[in-house]
Design a protein around this ligand. Structure first.
Ligand SMILES: [Zn+2]
Length: 165
């Protein structure tokens, strides 16, 4: 688990660097462009967050357009996570629904979530923003365009609550 977390951090950081992204909110269109992905908003059923399709010439991410923007961003980050981690899948397709967390795909889902957090809330961006903004949840989630839960988990995981209180 440790190895995969730091691997995802490096992968996210190198993508941010290559896309010339230096501050929040992370521009996911730039990441998509760099990786050659089309992002397609689609009215999926509510339980489906999105899907990713990769085949030789085609890279596409479908995202549930009825979900809040913050969740859509998280879903896109998560799908990038499957791609950069080289997860194997049937029919070149990942369909995201809750069942994936309760079967043999669990580990891959955790990994994709880790990548999404590293990409959407990079630790070094957050560190410098905490110095100017402080632990102001409202401002932080507005700046990063993430859910309060995602920001909370990030602050907790990085032990930033203790450091910047
Ligand atoms: Zn997934």
């Amino acid at each position: 688990m440790k190895m995969s977390a730091s691997g995802n951090r490096e992968k996210a950081q190198s993508l941010l660097k290559a896309s010339l992204i230096t501050k929040a909110p992370v521009d996911l269109n730039k990441i998509a462009k760099l990786l050659g992905f089309m992002i397609i908003p689609y009215p999926f059923p509510d339980k489906r967050k999105g899907m990713v399709f990769v085949e030789s010439g085609v890279r596409a991410i479908g995202v549930n357009e009825n979900h809040p923007l913050t969740l859509q961003r998280y879903t896109i980050g998560h799908e990038f996570g499957h791609f950069v981690n080289g997860h194997q899948h049937e029919d070149n397709l990942f369909i995201e629904d809750e069942s994936r967390y309760y079967n043999h795909h669990f580990q891959q889902e955790r990994e994709a979530d880790t990548f999404a957090a590293e990409l959407l809330i990079p630790a070094d961006f957050l560190k410098s923003d905490l110095l100017t903004i402080g632990l102001d949840m409202e401002k932080l989630i507005k700046l990063y365009q993430v859910s309060e839960l995602a920001m909370h988990i990030r602050l907790k995981t990085l032990r930033f609550y203790e450091k910047y209180q």
